[in-house]
Design a protein around this ligand. Structure first.
Ligand code: HAM
Length: 424
């Protein structure tokens, strides 16, 4: 009864620090790129996701958490942000007059899937959407933003995979091509993949089944069906990436687990965290607004055009945390103040207060007098202290203190201002 729900975790200590550092870095960069934050409710009407995400996707089919509330309304825990953000702008089309309208969100999401390393039933994302902008410049800029977030977190072990899905004609042609190819291998496909053959062969490309992957690796790529116009747009995207010096791999069989994408798609993948290799994913979804019933966002005089060009991405906070193994970037320094005699407890309180007021990014703990210096050092080590300052009669009289680094054992003799400068 006291167990956690499967696929959920408490966040504490270093994991919580990493979680917060990711949000803080994303928030900081979101502002530099002129994004505005939107917070949406965790619960939504289940129909929202039925409308935005195709029934054939795993997310809609098997992974959505839904339940009837006391008023008999079918409610879902949000499995992603994009649909919620679309709901918000459909209700507030005047926000779209600001072109591009750039939205940043973060928070918990829920998908009922088999938990494993890097895959949870409650997980969190940082999510970015650029609405009302059709230029490939924005697709490239989002990849640059994603790279900058990873670099702020000192994550460098990943590859960028890109692909282009093309318009509805290319999509239809590609589905036909995949249908023909996978039909030849139907008997060897997993049960789940062969059930997708008739309705949505594109989704077979998502399969993580090893036998399926063997078949998928020789499947036709999207390049066989792209129109000249599609290729032109994709070339422009690649040109911008090249111009920014961003390295990428054109993965011609890449599709995404969500059905709303219409053009560029991209994923950042790593081999460092096991089977769940995608740390971040996104792409262009120019028809979602219209498909969800959005009205002409600009002016009534511009005809019936309800297309809202849009592109975005989301990164999984837990997967990013797994890649952030260098804890120094997120841990605050812990400074211990140790009284050498009982009489110095009051002075320790005062000095701790001066340090807490004047030093940012550090924590200060007082070790009250209860033993010799050796014992104090042991106590400080036990609570993972980084520095210790001993306070005795001599130190108070001279106002010169010994600041000892607990890791290197180096000692600095400093006055109070010197200590403050040392940490700031
Ligand atoms: P997604 O590929 O479904 O895209 O999720 C994006 C990222 O969320 C994944 O790359 C992964 O890091 C993380 N993630 C997904 N599911 C889980 C899970 N069960 N446990 C842990 N992490 C997970 C989307 O959600 C799109 N809405 C992204 C987007 C925004 N496209 C356009 N705009």
């Amino acid at each position: 009864m006291l167990d956690l729900v499967r696929g959920t975790k408490d966040l504490f200590g270093i994991n919580l620090l990493k979680h917060k550092k990711i949000i803080q870095s994303a928030e900081d960069l979101s502002k530099r790129f002129n994004f505005h934050e939107l917070q949406t409710p965790i619960i939504e009407k289940a129909g929202l996701f039925a409308k935005a995400l195709d029934d054939e996707t795993d997310i809609m089919n098997k992974e959505i958490y839904s339940f009837k509330d006391k008023g008999d309304e079918l409610i879902a825990l949000r499995p992603e942000f994009t649909a919620c953000i679309m709901r918000h702008v459909i209700h507030n089309p005047n926000h779209l007059l600001k072109k591009p309208h750039k939205i940043f969100s973060y928070g918990p999401l829920f998908r009922y899937d088999r938990p494993q390393a890097g895959r949870q039933r409650q997980f969190s994302q940082i999510n970015f959407e650029v609405l009302g902008a059709s230029s490939m410049l924005y697709d490239a800029e989002l990849i640059l933003l994603a790279k900058k977030i990873l670099s702020a977190l000192k994550i460098s072990d990943y590859q960028i995979h890109i692909n282009y899905l093309g318009g509805p004609i290319a999509k239809e042609k590609y589905e036909r091509l995949l249908f023909e190819y996978f039909s030849l291998h139907k008997s060897k496909l997993s049960e789940s993949s062969s059930s997708k053959l008739d309705k949505n062969p594109l989704r077979i490309l998502d399969s993580k089944d090893l036998n399926d992957q063997d078949i998928i690796k020789d499947a036709p790529g999207i390049d066989q069906v792209l129109s000249n116009r599609d290729i032109e747009i994709f070339e422009e995207f690649k040109y911008f990436l090249d111009h920014l010096g961003i390295k990428y791999i054109w993965n011609k069989q890449m599709v995404r687990g969500l059905n709303y994408y219409t053009g560029t798609i991209f994923e950042f993948v790593t081999e460092k965290i096991g089977a769940q290799s995608a740390i971040l994913g996104g792409g262009r979804y120019d028809t979602l607004y219209e498909n969800m019933g959005g009205k002409n966002p600009y002016t009534v005089n511009q005809g019936e055009n309800t297309i809202l060009p849009a592109v975005g991405f989301a990164a999984g906070i837990e997967r990013l945390s797994l890649l952030m193994d260098d804890i120094c970037h997120v841990k605050r320094n812990l400074i211990c103040i140790a009284s050498i005699s009982f009489n110095e407890n009051a002075n320790s309180l005062k000095i701790a207060e001066i340090l807490r007021t004047n030093i940012c990014n550090s924590s200060v703990e007082i070790l009250s007098f209860n033993g010799n210096m050796k014992k104090k050092l042991e106590m400080a080590a036990k609570i993972d202290s980084d520095y210790i300052i001993f306070i005795g009669e001599d130190e108070i009289a001279s106002q010169v203190f010994s600041l000892r680094n607990m890791h290197t054992k180096e000692v600095h003799k400093l006055d109070m201002q010197g200590i403050i400068d040392f940490f700031n």
